[in-house]
Write a protein that binds this ligand. Structure first.
Ligand code: AMP
Length: 299
């Protein structure tokens, strides 16, 4: 982790392990007239998470970071048990980034015995990661809804790195009339273009080198569009060639071009279009995407 990204801060930081504790910290900040900003995470924090905390701090907001590896969004064969967890490093990161409170609940604090309620967002979850990770977005929507109800922030911050998750959260908050502004933040990348992710820690040195080709493949899409190509099949073929040559993934779950709003497949780049991929390098599943906006002159 690049320590230079973090500014030193003497701000005292609340550490809340229970819902009552985080609510008390938030109530005190609200009584002092401060807006509340929430940054939900699963920990193993990196500069991508820090960028959300920095964005959240605007307007003198009281920034709450939640760190919770949410079991309900992992499939039975996925990496819940081995997901990287480092509480001390995460707290140091939050403190250095200037967070005001960290909510670190146990699973039993978040899910009552016998919990039987889930939030399902239809439509948007039929595409991309949805079919490959059954139940994943129900777990995400449910835990984000719970965090929004617990913390009741004015704004909540999410990364465009998980573009479909951001779309699902926007839909869910609109549909449930949750009084929160959902703010999307740009993807933070390593110098070679790889999107920062807690799961990058799983990669061997050799896989890590190959993984940079994911960004190269998506950059090839951008270049193609800039040269005037609008046919998504041609753009995807060019991107796939880069993936196969540079990344040599063990499996590609998808490499798709979809409308950036509806997430439905599109044949031509006529509106903002999301080019997204999910692939496996050994046991590690990585996702990345870019949004390509055609020139206004194309319309
Ligand atoms: P996670 O801890 O992976 O669940 O991510 C927590 C939040 O950080 C989500 O809103 C992610 O989209 C966001 N995030 C993760 N990686 C990045 C990144 N490289 N750039 C920007 N945001 C990110």
């Amino acid at each position: 982790m690049d320590r230079n990204l973090f500014r030193a801060s003497n701000t005292p930081m609340h550490l809340a392990r229970t819902i009552a504790e985080v609510r008390a910290a938030v109530a005190a900040a609200r009584a002092a007239g401060r807006p509340i900003a929430l940054v939900p995470t699963m920990g193993a924090l990196h500069a991508g998470h820090v960028s959300l905390m920095r964005a959240a701090a605007r307007d003198d907001a009281f920034v709450v970071v939640s760190i919770f590896v949410n079991p309900t969004q992992f499939g039975p064969d996925e990496d819940f048990a081995r997901y990287p967890r480092d509480e001390a490093a995460d707290l140091a990161c939050c403190r250095a980034a200037g967070a005001h409170a960290v909510f670190l609940p146990r699973v039993t604090e978040m899910y009552l015995t016998g919990a039987a309620t889930a939030v399902h967002v239809g439509g948007l979850t039929d595409a991309l990661c949805g079919p490959h990770r059954p139940g994943h977005f129900d777990g995400v929507a449910t835990v984000v809804a719970k965090l929004l109800i617990i913390v009741a922030p004015d704004r909540a911050y999410f990364g465009e790195k998980d573009f479909q998750q951001l779309a699902v959260v926007r839909r869910m908050t609109a549909d449930l009339n949750l009084p929160v502004e959902v703010v999307g933040c740009p993807t933070v990348r390593e110098p070679d273009g790889l999107a920062m992710s807690s799961r990058n820690a799983y990669l061997t040195a050799e896989q890590r080198r190959r993984a940079a080709g994911i960004h190269a493949a998506l950059a090839a899409v951008r270049t193609g569009v800039a040269r005037g190509e609008r046919d998504t099949a041609a753009l995807l073929a060019a991107a796939k060639a880069v993936l196969l040559r540079e990344v040599r993934p063990d499996k590609i779950d998808y490499l798709s071009a979809v409308d950036a709003e509806t997430l439905r497949d599109v044949a031509r780049v006529a509106r903002p279009t999301l080019f997204a991929t999910a692939l496996h390098l050994g046991p590690t599943r990585l996702i990345d995407s870019v949004v390509v906006v055609p020139d206004a002159s194309d319309a």
